[in-house]
Write a protein that binds this ligand. Sequence first.
Ligand code: PLP
Length: 413
Amino acid sequence: MSATPEPASSAHHQPTSTLSPATLAVAAGRPPRVQGGPVNPPLVLSSTYVSQGEVPAGELFYARAGTETWHPFEEALGALERSVHPALVFGSGMAAIAAAMSLVPPGGRIVLPRHAYNVATSYAQDLGRRSGVALTLVDVADTDAVLAAVRGEAGPDGEGAPGVASMLWVESPTNPMLEVADVPALIRGAHQAGALVAVDNTFATPLGQRPLSWGADVVVHSVTKYLSGHSDVVLGAALSDDPALHALLRGYRTLHGAIAGPSEVWLALRGLRTLALRVQRSQANAAELARRLAHHPAVAAVRHPSLPGDPGHDRAAAQMDGFGSIVALRPAGGAAAADAVVAALRLWVPATSLGGVESSLERRRRFPGEPASVPEDLLRLSVGIEDVEDLWADLSQALERTTGAGPEHAPAA
Ligand code: PLP
């Protein structure tokens, strides 16, 4: 934990606000209303602050410990996640993940979805090498198996996993397989067993689900994705309602220097203002494209929780507000066909990452770190906010050109 005093959060944070998320995204984190004052928080570029004598808690003194440009974003994200504390902004999603996993003691154990974001898994494996942290990989959609693994009963492959896990890591929907976990049940069960629960809420966004309100100990985000929304910054965030955990996460950030530049955070707040509009539009586009793809003869499989036949549909409908904007697509013809579809697209951007206003896609197994259980031919589509007809025209011409198969008529929605 940091020994240095930390700047206090501003009075604008309202965890009990009754405002809707769309309104909070616009209204939270504004400067005080004073005659002639700015409507937007200013971008302050200063590494240090005037200060002499003893530094009282809550004062700005050095920008590694806190800056006034972080606070409005932290307040707004804290309000959106209905957290009792402001969010803590980090230099990347991975920095936030590292901070959250630092809560696992040396020699402890993390239970992690087998299809979690692959660099999060690599980080947990690295913790294993450096501090003897054990890792149990699970199918996060199988609630009984996850909780058995948390309790330290036999692992999924019949391996013994002795002792209660220190932490259950949850991603839902998972990246890139879009499995949907019963997040409230996992949190309850893991707490009964005595494990902490951390949820990566990047895919769902706080508009889709608020895991702290289900009792999660920590929530992390890659702010790089939907929260900033324009593919122009790399940032992360971590939140906790527990004062001790919040202090530990903040202390980790200061001691490890895992901090964000003020310019990036200023841009992220500007992006956050339109979160609700962007997410509504991209989710609607994703659901419509998934519906059409499910009827396309050049498609072997498609997953999106909006599809009535999707294994995660009922759960997502029960626990989420919206089905998200990522679609998992397996074109007929295997990995070569998938690469050819990517190459034939003109509007969709071939790129990694997700959550920008522009639609993008990639074949995930091109990364050596991607788990072997992710199919070689799986394309992860990050659906943006363009006109859905333009997105469909580009996607269907690429599928047809690659496989020679034309679309059947999808029934009207
Ligand atoms: N969590 C998820 C679900 C992600 O998809 C990513 C990045 O792709 C991360 C975390 C890591 O975030 P960052 O790239 O901002 O470090």
